[in-house]
Design a protein around this ligand. Structure first.
Ligand code: ATP
Ligand code: MG
Length: 249
């Protein structure tokens, strides 16, 4: 491992207020973040703390009211939607909390589409899709439509779609929220494999086991980072770290 890896993601002073039917929601109230290449960062915190909003800002799906984001050292403030779309295809894999699969495309097409859009051959896209779905334990459902799958199956398809282009940065929002313990283990195994290959992972999770597999756990509370703890790599320390998580769960 490089001793001083470049920040793959940096955010400074992020603020985002949503204006909905029930008045303004101050979802993110000033967040600074610095994620090094190859880090596996878990973000945890209570419902409504602003975790999903933070991920939407970091992936350019929502614009901050104030604050800046840098990807691989490049400031993104001036990026238009089209530029963000290209960057998301090339270097950011996103797993949404509520899956966002394309409802009229089969499972196979949902996973292959980002690969084809990024220029992979149909043969290559198919091979990647087969490998990812097999690894996530959902073979035999390739021709199904998303609505014909369980929540946990849809969740794993969403993860396969996010990983099909081997993005250097994965942003995942509760990727195991609808899974049983076996599904969670399969997702954890896949995430560790990607992490070992040097990919950077930022994931939001309520699952203390998943969080304890990360290098760092950030507690997000009321729109701000309340705690940022680097975990030791020994399993005994990681057990201890999950105790920290329970503070806000
Ligand atoms: N599009 C929106 N319009 C209005 N308010 C919103 C919108 N999206 C989020 N909010 C509000 O912003 C706050 C933060 O929401 P967010 O979804 O970021 O929380 P979260 O930490 O992801 O919660 P959860 O753990 O339940 O997923 C909440 O008060 C929510 O009601
Ligand atoms: Mg959320």
């Amino acid at each position: 491992m490089n001793d001083n890896p470049a920040p793959v993601l940096r955010a400074q002073g992020l603020v985002k207020t949503h204006y909905g039917e029930s008045g303004p929601a101050h979802a993110v109230r000033g967040a600074d973040l610095y994620v090094r290449q190859g880090e596996f960062v878990a973000i945890t915190g209570p419902s409504g703390a602003g975790k999903s909003t933070l991920l939407h800002l970091l992936s350019g799906l929502q614009q901050p009211d104030t604050g800046s984001i840098w990807l691989d050292g490049e400031r993104t403030d001036a990026w238009r939607e089209s530029r963000w779309a290209v960057e998301r295809r090339k270097r950011i894999g996103i797993v949404f909390q509520f899956f966002n699969l394309v409802s009229n495309l089969s499972v196979a097409d949902n996973v292959e589409l980002p690969a084809l859009l990024a220029g992979a051959s149909p043969k290559r896209a198919r091979a990647e899709r087969e490998e990812l779905l097999a690894e996530l334990g959902i073979t035999g459902k390739e021709r199904s439509l998303p609505a014909e799958l369980s929540g946990g199956e849809q969740q794993r398809v969403a993860l396969a779609r996010a990983l099909v282009n081997h993005p250097p940065l994965l942003l995942a929002d509760e990727p195991t929220g609808s899974l049983d313990s076996r599904g969670t283990r399969e997702v954890m195994r896949l995430l560790s494999r990607f992490h070992q290959r040097g990919q950077t992972i930022v994931l939001v999770t309520h699952d203390a086991r998943l969080a304890s597999a990360a290098d760092r756990v950030i507690s997000f509370f009321d729109g701000r980072i309340a705690d940022d703890a680097t975990l030791e790599s020994t399993p005994s320390h990681r057990q201890g770290a999950s105790g920290v998580l329970r503070l806000h769960d």
